[in-house]
Design a protein around this ligand. Sequence first.
Ligand code: CUA
Length: 338
Amino acid sequence: MVHFVIVGILVLVTAILTYVGLDMAGIARHMNPVSASAQSVSIDWLWNWEVITISFLFALIVVPMVYSLIVFRRKQGDNTDAEHVEGNTALEITWTVVPLFIVVIFAYMGAYSLGETLRVDPNATVIKVRAQQFSWTFEYPEYGIVSTELHLPIDQQVVLKMESTDVIHSFWVPEFRVKQDIVPGRVTEYRITPILEGNYKVRCSELCGTSHAYMEAGVIVTTEAEYNAWIAEQVAIAAASQTPEGQGQILTVKNGCAGCHSLDGSAMTGPTWLGLYGSDVELDNGSTVVADDAFIKQSILEPNATIVSGFPSPSVMPPYTFTDEEVANIIAYIKTLK
Ligand code: CUA
């Protein structure tokens, strides 16, 4: 009897120490990474109870085994047979019924947690997600904008409608806990309610090709005000990029034109673009020309054809290759700089 009492106490102590150790390692209640979604709360709650049960079962198996090995080991010179045990019906019923009971409880807890995770908010914002080898694209159909980063407002449910253009990918933000596969030919849904501001990352968690490991995108959770400001900014950019001058501006940004040509009249390596279009330009050969479409086009494609007075000859600008339409767009943008 005294053995049962000692083993019972040792089992309890070991179970508690195991749990505390796992908790300190960030495996039980306070998991790493942080919990950043409403859905993660019930998942972490369920996981915590599983770790408690695992700690107890670990102690229940290991402690009696190690105790028996030490206390009941054969004494030197003792060659007698061990006591013959025929079976124990009460014990067998106990170790069948108790685990069955625990498994049923966990089934209920799992169902509850799943229900919380899938809880539908009818007002959830819809965001379309496109996964492809090896990038993510996020479309906000309400506003007609597309982004390579997923911006989310805090404390509001969003429903991601996810599609793949090629193979199977999987949407996984560890801080949100929930993970969802994206299968070509169908739309899978993913509901999430961020509860913690911060910058996270979505990682593809389905091996999808050579650059699978690099298939990441930023997930930015902000206040609703900051989210709305971002939406407004993106809407403005999307609207501007539809016009010729908007397309032209994007081209000049991509090619780093403003590194040499100021937009505000200040002196840089090349002539400023402010008020350039239609102005009289003095050349280093003493003549004067009007900065019209033909002049600007030639200056972009053949920078050495003419040199503006006061700038180095030969020109330090490399010749650029653009289509006629691109040149026209850049000129349309320069026209706006008055
Ligand atoms: Cu996409 Cu892995």
